[in-house]
Design a protein around this ligand. Sequence first.
Ligand code: HEC
Length: 113
Amino acid sequence: MNQVTLSTLLRSLLAVGLTCGALAAQAQDVAAAEATIKDSKCSKCHSVDKEKTGPAYKKVAEKYKGKADAEAKLYTHLTTGPKIKVDGEEETHVKAKGDDAAIKNLAKYILTR
Ligand code: HEC
């Protein structure tokens, strides 16, 4: 094997490695996220692509697109019960049910709609 083929080979191996890393960072369990949504009754006010009482998850994903702290922001939103307006009345946003991992997974799910 000459020098050129070897370096081409190494470069493709590196590319494969990077792709796997990127996929792992995006890894999410869609079924688990949907179960958390069901458990927490989020669908009363949200859907993936329709505006209801709350914004569509697609819209939320758009709002946070390219923001490094997006997942942390949603995690806070879903764990601290911030004040929101529902039909002009101030309410406390519901907290998502489940452990840390489940809520982080849910945040990833919403951000990738
Ligand atoms: C009673 C209705 C209601 C329920 C139930 C509800 N939400 Fe919301 N949600 C809202 C409203 C209204 C807003 C908009 C708040 C604002 O923009 O001030 C909102 C905002 C959000 C946002 C956007 C936050 C942001 O930073 O832009 C996300 C994500 C979200 N909700 C997810 C969920 C999830 C997940 C659940 C279930 C655990 C849930 N919501 C349950 C009404 C609700």
